[in-house]
Design a protein around this ligand. Structure first.
Ligand SMILES: [Zn+2]
Length: 130
């Protein structure tokens, strides 16, 4: 089994898909700061930690994407797992930036910085409580 984050959200102003995970995380496309907040970082960290303990990898053998939260989680799992496999030697932020720059984000280029910020926050949570 795996721990999913069933969450979908679109900016009411520009309809961009994103997760308002921290109090100052505005819409990454238009900059609108909403009152809506979602406890994504804690849930994402718990899911990643669960995978590592259960499958000895951040990326589980199968991952069904049923929501925006799951989609962003799959990007985070791949990133965390490739960083773990590299032996965590390089700087995480630089590593994540390089990985995300290689990806084709299509018309969701605004998600790159957003997912990067989420990745750094999840990594902080995992470091606090491994
Ligand atoms: Zn927006």
């Amino acid at each position: 089994m795996t721990l999913h984050v069933s969450y979908n959200h679109q900016c009411p102003a520009c309809e961009a898909y994103y997760i308002p995970f921290d109090k100052d995380e505005a819409c990454p496309r238009c900059g609108k700061l909403e009152s809506e907040r979602f406890d994504f970082i804690r849930q994402a960290s718990e899911s990643a930690r669960f995978n590592l303990h259960t499958y000895e990898a951040f990326l589980p053998p199968a991952w069904f994407v049923g929501s925006l939260g799951d989609h962003i989680l799959s990007l985070l799992f791949r990133l965390l797992e490739s960083y773990r496999k590299k032996g965590r030697k390089s700087d995480f932020v630089k590593f994540a930036e390089a990985r995300f720059s290689e990806m084709n984000w299509g018309d969701q280029a605004y998600l790159k910085g957003h997912v990067l910020r989420a990745a750094v926050r999840v990594r902080e949570e995992l470091a606090k409580n491994p």
